[in-house]
Design a protein around this ligand. Structure first.
Ligand SMILES: NC(=O)c1ccc[n+]([C@@H]2O[C@H](COP(=O)([O-])OP(=O)(O)OC[C@H]3O[C@@H](n4cnc5c(N)ncnc54)[C@H](OP(=O)(O)O)[C@@H]3O)[C@@H](O)[C@H]2O)c1
Length: 127
């Protein structure tokens, strides 16, 4: 998570939102000892992801929770996307990928459409 994705839970006093997972929060301002279950990463999130991918015997997936600024930085390391769409026009908001202009191709693996108009689409990065 970036600090922006971690913040909504933190504002309600929740410092360990995904207790079943190893959790990393990318932030240069968050206190490093916010929670024993959370590792605060002050810089180089790309380095963190490459290190996790290299971990010997690590066959677990790495889940990028968000938000858009962190996703923009991590785009070169993203192998799969799960995007939910809602039938709402907001007009403005937080970009899903807040980075430099760099069109990156993905292929649709599967899409689930729900009766209330929401879709969930799984994509794989085109190599
Ligand atoms: N719909 C969903 O599934 C979903 C999921 C997650 C988040 N969200 C929403 O997305 C919003 C947050 O997104 P966001 O783009 O504003 O924030 P974000 O990427 O989560 O966090 C931005 C903050 O995290 C740190 N950070 C992130 N990337 C960094 C990088 N590359 N290098 C250094 N520091 C970095 C910085 O904190 P410091 O200033 O402390 O250094 C920065 O201010 C929230 O509204 C949240 O609710 C939605």
């Amino acid at each position: 998570m970036g600090l922006g994705a971690y913040r909504p839970a933190l504002d309600h006093g929740i410092t360990n939102p995904y207790a079943h997972l190893r959790q990393y929060v990318v932030s240069g301002t968050l206190e490093p000892d916010i929670d024993p279950a959370v590792t605060v990463v002050p810089n180089d999130p790309i380095g963190l992801i490459r290190e996790l991918k290299r971990e010997e015997g690590n066959d677990s997936d790495i889940w990028l929770c968000g938000g858009g600024r962190l996703a923009g930085t991590l785009l070169p390391e993203i192998d799969e996307l799960v995007i939910k769409s809602y039938p709402v026009v907001a007009g403005a908001g937080v970009p899903r990928f807040d980075g430099v202009f760099d069109p990156t191709l993905f292929d649709v693996d599967r899409r689930t459409a729900f009766s209330h108009g929401v879709t969930a689409t799984h994509f794989t990065r085109r190599r």
